[in-house]
Design a protein around this ligand. Structure first.
Ligand code: PNS
Length: 159
């Protein structure tokens, strides 16, 4: 049987412990993961795409996990990579509508690609990259919410 690989896409600006938890749990379900960082030149980005890739690589450090970038449609990238499973974390009811729409849109674009959701662990359901960015920017403590290398990068960015 060929190895089962899933795509774990996101913005990861910055990667959080919630993301890492999904990666670790995803590796129990799949032989490998491709963490796919969206190249979206958003005006309010904190870390560049290259920085995010480096932060993810530094935080994960597992041969079964590859970190890549993509632009354009997620389903096209999945097709290019020969992957038919997309993994997403689901934190709360508020995530549901957006995720439900996205999963259905992606299935409409390519019915062969399935989106699988993992419920975020109870320690992580309130963590989002946006809150981490805001709290760090305003001088709040984000230790415990992000991996050590991200913590250091945030401290450098906002010192
Ligand atoms: O971490 P995020 O910001 O919630 O991740 C969102 C992401 C990157 C998964 C989503 O924006 C995406 O897949 N963008 C690529 C464009 C695309 O395929 N759009 C059609 C699906 S609605």
């Amino acid at each position: 049987m060929p190895p089962r690989i899933a795509l774990y896409p996101g913005s990861f600006d910055p990667p959080t412990n919630g993301h890492l938890s999904i990666i670790q749990r995803g590796l129990k379900m799949f032989d490998g993961l491709i963490v796919a960082v969206l190249k979206n030149p958003a005006k309010d980005e904190l870390f560049s795409v290259e920085e995010r890739v480096q932060l993810l690589r530094g935080a994960v450090n597992d041969k079964r996990v590859q970190v890549k970038t993509f632009s354009g449609l997620l389903v096209k990238f999945a097709q290019q990579e020969g992957v038919n499973a997309v993994l997403r974390g689901l934190r709360a009811v508020s995530d549901f509508e957006y995720e439900f729409q996205m999963a259905n849109m992606n299935r409409k674009l390519d019915p062969e690609i399935e989106t699988l959701f993992m419920m975020t662990g109870e320690d992580y359901f309130y963590i989002s990259s946006r809150f981490v960015r805001d709290v760090a920017r305003l001088g709040g403590e984000v230790r415990g919410l992000v991996p050590q290398n991200v913590l250091e990068a945030l401290k450098k960015r906002f010192k």
